[in-house]
Design a protein around this ligand. Structure first.
Ligand SMILES: Nc1ncnc2c1ncn2[C@@H]1O[C@H](COP(=O)(O)OP(=O)(O)OP(=O)(O)O)[C@@H](O)[C@H]1O
Length: 313
């Protein structure tokens, strides 16, 4: 039995089918990614796992405890970092953590130790005295994360934890997740709009779009789903201003062009696309070609192919 089992979950709000037969499993000690564009149903699914929202049909268990029947046992295992910052703005970092620790039933020396550890792992030990309202968005997010792990949860759920976060805080959050996962064997469910984050942190992932499964499995498996799509990298000596447009419109099978100075990445349908036509265009334009390579798709590009959307939609 897997640590988290999600089977055939359906959820609707009125006539809107928000989750449509969603099933996946998360193994104990795994860092698992849940990816999807805005409104895909990610937060709804997290609310269902944590027993905050009811579902219409299907079944869910965490460590063998059924949701919602055994929700108290499930919640004991969970540390949740919600999308919205949930802190008391007038209080300082330590007082906030004392409050949350109290909710988990921690007190005395144990609470003090956990607060110190929490502040340490999110890199806030130097900022314990000032009111939280003076913190940057990234620092507040990190404090929110420290609050979620005071009771040493076996299962850490992070709902888009890097939104509105500066690069330094983002790196700290990454290091923290890897630390919890490797040091304590914490199982992690990580949701994000940023495919590169999931690519770095999670070996397996689930892609959700309009409440439905689009892809599920290892990164390699997701990329395989779109194996019919190919990417070409072109570099030229001096590209004319309209070269990108000509690549998009003049060559059959070109689905997307991403350019940077004299470099161009083309995502193409390999059946329609033909390098001969590319060479003809380059000759016609009198351009000197310096590089022409076939490339592997990134996870982000695979996602685009699967859903027709970018994650930042
Ligand atoms: N309480 C609610 N009542 C009605 N509809 C809701 C409710 N909560 C969410 N929805 C709808 O359910 C769908 C999924 O929303 P959800 O917040 O789960 O998506 P998401 O993938 O987390 O999106 P985002 O990345 O924007 O947070 C959306 O269409 C949303 O409008």
């Amino acid at each position: 039995m897997s640590y988290v089992e999600i089977n055939n979950i359906y959820k609707s709000y009125g006539k809107d089918q928000v989750l449509d037969n969603v099933s996946f499993e998360i193994e104990s000690g795994e860092c698992f990614g849940l990816i999807g564009p805005n409104g895909a149903g990610k937060s709804t699914l997290i609310d269902i796992i944590t027993g905050l929202t009811q579902y219409n049909s299907g079944d869910i268990s965490v460590d063998g405890h059924v949701v919602p029947q055994d929700v108290v046992k499930v919640r004991e295992q969970i540390g949740l970092v919600p999308q919205e910052i949930a802190l008391m703005q007038e209080l300082n970092a330590t007082s906030n953590l004392e409050y949350f620790g109290g909710l988990y039933g921690l007190s005395g020396r144990m609470l003090k130790e956990r607060i110190n550890e929490g502040l340490e792992v999110v890199g806030l030990t130097e900022h314990t005295k000032k009111a939280v309202k003076t913190f940057s968005g990234g620092m507040q997010r990190r404090l929110n994360i420290a609050a979620a792990i005071l009771h040493r949860p076996k299962f850490l759920i992070l709902d888009e934890p890097t939104v509105g976060v500066d690069p330094q805080s983002r790196n700290k959050i990454f290091e923290f997740i890897q630390y919890m996962n490797q040091e304590y064997g914490t199982t992690v469910l990580y949701t994000s709009h940023y495919m590169e984050e999931v690519e770095a942190l999670c070996e397996r992932l689930f892609i959700l779009d309009n409440g439905q499964q689009i892809g599920y499995g290892t990164q390699a498996k997701i990329k395989q789903l779109v194996q019919d799509t190919v990417k070409w990298f072109i570099e030229v000596e001096q590209a004319p201003l309209d070269f990108e447009e000509k690549l998009s419109t003049r060559l059959p099978g070109v689905q997307q062009v991403v350019s940077e100075n004299n470099s161009f990445h083309l995502i193409v349908d390999p059946v329609e696309f033909n390098t001969k036509e590319l060479m003809t265009l380059i000759n016609e334009e009198n351009i000197e070609l310096t590089t022409l390579n076939k490339e592997a798709l990134s996870l982000e590009e695979s996602f685009l192919q699967l859903t027709g959307k970018t994650l930042r939609d």
